[in-house]
Write a protein that binds this ligand. Structure first.
Ligand code: XMP
Length: 492
């Protein structure tokens, strides 16, 4: 039965178990294993893979965010840089893949044809949308409309040769609808207009071809874009203005602090949520009480607030627990919050964040109520993560560091300092180290997908929802030793 997640792992009796302390109970597989479905959702967003890359400056920059969204998950851009840099990052992600071109090349009806020709040559495009002073679509001019007659070409006006009967689409048109329409009219280009007939975009046949059919997309077919943000309002008018622009390219803000269960952060977040029109994921928290408080005592806009993020001090680069004695292992935290969600707001999403060491840890998170998992450890060594590949004793490696490490805090600016309590400013809560270089993220994701799928097949769950019903049990140290390769001569 779903729910009672705390009971499943004895958290109701005070135990704070971690992934290594549990194993999933095998179940009856009464479905075709090829049909196991690992898709998931958070608020209005559907993800073909339930995986996110962490908002860390050695994990998710532009390249990782683009690749994660293309593969069907989500990469959360880190915030350890200036507002200007963050704006640059979200723009790049949003513009990376779009079947709707935003900055359409246009021309006026009274412009000379030769001007249109040189504009097309300069931009290396085969057509221009003809608009009036109010950006209303008047026609379309493609290379096929350019007259053969040299005189007309030199002296004629765009309006003399353009195609006047233009079929347009409305903003909000889906990729499928656009493809059908272009096929019906046997045209290459479909201008997109708003209610007043003003040009807002252009769809071309070539941009409609989906190279990544499983990509995580927004309503307009652009890649989903998420950014970590501080729970403190932008400091001055300039930053606020930049944030207003950031919002235009971002779908989800991840309020990114080590411990969100703080009155001040909770209140500041309310102000941020009221100011900026994006969706919000809040975290991290680690207990039932924290989730209960956020879900029942704070009046957040539920259209905007779509998920909570679980886990404190369990990341592979975290030292919060050893520095402060406080922590909530991700398995424990997820079960705690899942119970509160089940009780107070079953539609709320839940992300299990950090602490995953082996592929087998991933399916365990779903049995205690997670909708998605987030990891930095699996992705820090990928081609797409920021940073260089180096070599140590013949092994290729990359740097992976906690956002509370001395090294991350020493980036010029104090961007990340409010991720941690003021009192710990001088006390690092993370470490910096090397992890193996593992190649492109696509290969890593394939392995993670297989790990999750195989776990679900053994457990007898054909989707994430069913996985939440699966039983999970505590194992002893001897059970743990037995469940790993053992009693072998070599080192495995
Ligand atoms: P993994 O296990 O994937 O965990 O390395 C990644 C998650 O760890 C969190 N994080 C930190 N926590 N000190 C902490 O206590 C840090 O310096 C730190 N840096 C990252 C974060 O939630 C991330 O997703």
């Amino acid at each position: 039965m779903a729910g009672n997640y705390r009971k499943k792992i004895l958290a109701d009796q005070g135990w704070m178990h971690a992934f290594d302390d549990v194993l999933i109970k095998p179940g009856f597989t009464n479905f075709d294993p090829n049909r196991v479905d690992i898709s998931s959702s958070l608020g209005p967003y559907k993800f073909n893979i339930p995986i996110m890359s962490a908002a860390m400056d050695t994990v998710t920059g532009v390249e990782m965010a683009i690749q994660m969204a293309l593969l069907g998950g989500l990469g959360v851009l880190h915030r350890n840089c200036s507002c200007e840099k963050r704006l640059e990052m979200v723009k790049k992600v949003k513009r990376a893949r779009s079947y709707i071109v935003d900055d359409v090349a246009t021309i006026f009806p009274n412009s000379p044809i030769h001007e249109a020709i040189s504009k097309m040559e300069q931009l290396e495009i085969s057509g221009l949308v003809v608009v009036d002073d109010n950006n209303k679509v008047m026609g379309i001019l493609t290379s096929r409309d350019i007259p053969f007659d040299a005189k007309l070409k030199e002296n004629g006006l765009v309006k003399d040769v353009m195609t006047k009967e233009v079929i347009t689409g409305n903003s909000g048109i889906s990729r499928i609808e656009a493809a059908k329409m272009l096929y019906k009219i046997r045209k290459e280009k479909l201008p997109i207009i708003d209610e007043e007939g003003r040009l807002v975009g252009l769809i071309t046949n070539k941009d409609l071809k989906p190279d990544f059919p499983k990509a995580s997309l927004d309503k307009r077919g652009r890649l989903l874009c998420a950014l970590a943000v501080s729970p403190v309002m932008p400091r001055n008018v300039k930053e606020r203005k930049i944030f207003e622009e950031i919002v235009e390219y971002t779908d989800i803000f991840f309020i990114d602090v080590a411990d969100f269960y703080k009155k001040q952060d909770i209140e500041n977040t309310k102000e941020i949520m009221e100011t900026f029109n994006v969706q919000f994921i809040l975290g991290n928290i680690g207990t039932f009480e924290a989730a209960e408080y956020i879900l029942t005592k704070v009046d957040y806009d539920r259209d905007k607030f779509i998920a909570l993020k679980a886990g404190m001090g369990s990341g592979s680069i975290c030292s919060t627990s050893i520095q402060t004695g406080v922590g909530a292992p991700t398995l424990f935290a997820t079960a705690q919050i899942a119970d509160a969600i089940e009780k107070y707001d079953p539609k709320m999403g839940l992300i299990a964040d950090g602490g995953f060491k082996n592929l087998g840890d991933l399916p365990k998170a779903f049995t205690v109520g997670a909708n998605m998992i987030m990891t930095g450890h699996f992705f820090g060594g990928c081609v797409e993560s920021p940073g260089f590949v180096d070599t140590i004793q013949g092994r290729k490696i990359k740097v992976y560091r906690g956002m509370g490490s001395k090294e991350a805090r020493h980036v010029a600016g104090d961007y990340i300092v409010d991720r941690y309590s003021k009192e710990t400013k001088t006390l690092p809560e993370g470490v910096s180290d090397y992890i193996p270089f593992v190649g492109p993220v696509e290969g890593v994701i394939e392995q993670m997908k297989t790990g999750i799928k195989n776990g679900m097949i053994y457990a007898g769950a054909k989707n994430i929802k069913e996985m939440k019903n699966v039983e999970i049990g505590i194992i002893t140290m001897s059970g743990k030793l037995e469940s790993e390769p053992h009693d072998l001569i070599g080192k495995w």
